[in-house]
Ligand binder design. Structure first.
Ligand SMILES: [Zn+2]
Ligand SMILES: [Zn+2]
Length: 221
């Protein structure tokens, strides 16, 4: 008998995390929300239950209503991405010649991954929480770009039509960025949970600030 591996493995640790008015299932999801906010990208968390062609019910993590883009956040302990692939396949553009989709190129689906660490060869300030990392589960690779007309940050492909997903302005002359370019700074929502998150600027926290001391309260005055 072959064991199945439908459930998350034992390495999966999801810590419900509050950010703004939303409680996310994991800190990685909350961090992605904060990263979208830092780029002024509008998002909705789990707005819809989708019935996939296979009949499976699926609740993707984020819908970006201005950009026609879904983001499914997957940590390292959650390797299975079949539903995300199926959603991406279903929503991709199938126009024969001119794209008539509501969103140029159809709806995009991204996998939101844990951040990429700062590259040690960088000079100047290196953000401790690293840079946003994403994958395309199906279809052409997606690149991060900012529309020159409406200033909306978004993901696009290098496949025509190459237009802003919000205002349809041409994006052909804009610079696009892959995750490895380390261009999109990743934002962490929590700063007081021990080893994982540190404030982005300044000196490392002391043991007392991290709550690691057993003694009486420090005198802060
Ligand atoms: Zn189309
Ligand atoms: Zn635009």
């Amino acid at each position: 008998m072959v064991p199945t591996s439908d459930g998350p493995g034992p390495s999966m640790v999801s810590i419900p995390t509050r950010y703004g008015d939303t409680t996310f299932r994991s800190r990685l999801e909350a961090d992605w929300a904060a990263t979208l906010d830092s780029n002024n990208i509008e998002w909705e968390y789990e707005p819809e239950t989708i019935t996939l062609d296979s009949g499976t019910l699926y609740v993707p993590d984020f819908w970006l209503p201005e950009l026609g883009t879904w983001i499914e956040v997957k940590g390292p302990g959650i390797p299975r991405t079949e539903k995300t692939k199926e959603l991406a396949h279903t929503r991709a553009c199938r126009c024969e010649n001119t794209c008539t989709c509501r969103w140029p190129g159809g709806e995009f689906v991204l996998l939101g991954r844990p951040s990429l660490a700062s590259d040690r060869t960088e000079t100047g300030h290196q953000p401790r929480s690293g840079y946003a990392n994403w994958e395309t589960p199906f279809g052409p690779s997606t690149y991060f770009v900012t529309c020159p007309a409406c200033a909306r940050a978004q993901w696009t492909t290098l496949k025509r039509p190459w237009r802003c997903r919000a205002c349809r302005a041409l994006l052909e002359k804009e610079q696009v960025h892959r995750p490895v370019d380390r261009f999109v700074r990743f934002i962490e929502t929590t700063t007081r949970t021990g080893l994982f998150a540190m404030p982005d600027l300044g000196e490392p926290l002391t043991d007392a600030e991290l709550g690691l001391t057993d003694g009486p309260e420090d005198d802060w005055s």
